[in-house]
Design a protein around this ligand. Structure first.
Ligand code: ATP
Length: 266
């Protein structure tokens, strides 16, 4: 559930409790949260705070959600960008967008800049140069290197294809923390389903444990989708409560949708 009801749209009202089943990752991110919340202490000690984190792994596993939650936990400004927004025909346009994004991040610091699909701008530069793409990537590298110690700006990149990224991006001082966000195991699926059914009237006979068992291989996004579909099916049937019947229908619907798109996933 997107609980983004805060008045200021750029200050997400999402916290770690909205992110289910990624306990180790949340623990790892506590350090970053401490850097942001106590940045003065680190500055006084002359420590530069690590500012680039890369989330990698399959789609729909909560990468965006985690980044938003880091902003929510630290009351930081959340700036979302997708790598594809920077891909332009005319030389210099993408680079300028990168510059503008970081100017804003510094102005509204502390901030989290989240760049989804960072591979769209960050793939390996090759011999036959693509001027526009290279300039955009170079500008991103400049921004990553250039933060002075006065503003707290953390950059979180996300990709499904870490193998395609230019090594320059992954170097110390840039995106030097790499965190794998994978599909949930049975326990995590149970927790995710709990989060996404907590606001829904469920029949007592529903076993979240059983639902977790039936949904092997699905992502958090797909589980959220199933919970929502079950609610929609219940409304259509004029029910006041969601039973396992609606859940089974919802699972079937989501799995069928997957099968159509990519028969090999099942
Ligand atoms: P993509 O790579 O496609 O951008 P992503 O990894 O960024 O995907 P999100 O956009 O964070 O995935 O997830 C989509 C939605 O799925 C979330 O807004 C949330 O509703 C749900 N979701 C995914 N993972 C979790 C989780 N661990 N706990 C709770 N909800 C989750």
């Amino acid at each position: 559930t997107e609980k983004d009801t805060s008045k200021d749209k750029d200050k997400p009202n999402v916290s770690f409790k909205d992110v289910a089943g990624l306990e180790e990752i949340k623990e790892e991110l506590q350090e970053t949260i401490d850097f942001i919340n106590n940045s003065q202490k680190y500055k006084k000690m002359g420590a530069k705070i690590p500012k680039g984190i890369l989330f990698f792994g399959p789609p729909g596993t909560g990468k965006t959600l985690l980044a938003k939650a880091v902003a929510g936990e630290t009351n930081s400004t959340f700036l979302y960008a997708s790598g594809s927004e920077f891909v332009e025909k005319y030389v210099g346009v993408g680079a300028k967008r990168v510059r503008t994004l970081f100017e804003r991040a510094k102005k509204e610091a502390p901030s989290i800049v989240f760049i989804d699909e960072i591979d769209a701008i960050g793939t390996k530069r090759n011999m036959e140069s693509n001027n526009e793409k290279d300039q955009t990537l170079n500008q991103l590298l400049i921004e990553l290197d250039g933060f002075n110690n006065n503003e707290t700006v953390i950059v979180i990149g996300a990709t499904n294809r870490i193998d395609l990224l230019d090594e320059a991006l992954l170097r110390p001082g840039r995106f030097d923390r790499h965190i794998y966000v994978g599909n949930p195991n049975i326990k995590a699926r149970e927790k995710i389903l709990e989060v996404h059914t907590s606001n829904k009237p469920l029949d007592k006979t529903i076993s979240i444990k059983d639902l977790a068992k039936k949904t092997t291989g699905l992502s958090g996004a797909q589980l959220a989708n199933i919970a929502n579909e079950a609610a929609i099916i219940a409304v259509r049937k004029n029910k006041t409560i969601i039973s396992s019947f609606e859940f089974d229908a919802a699972i079937e619907r989501v799995l069928a949708g997957l099968e159509l798109k990519n028969p090999s996933v099942l």
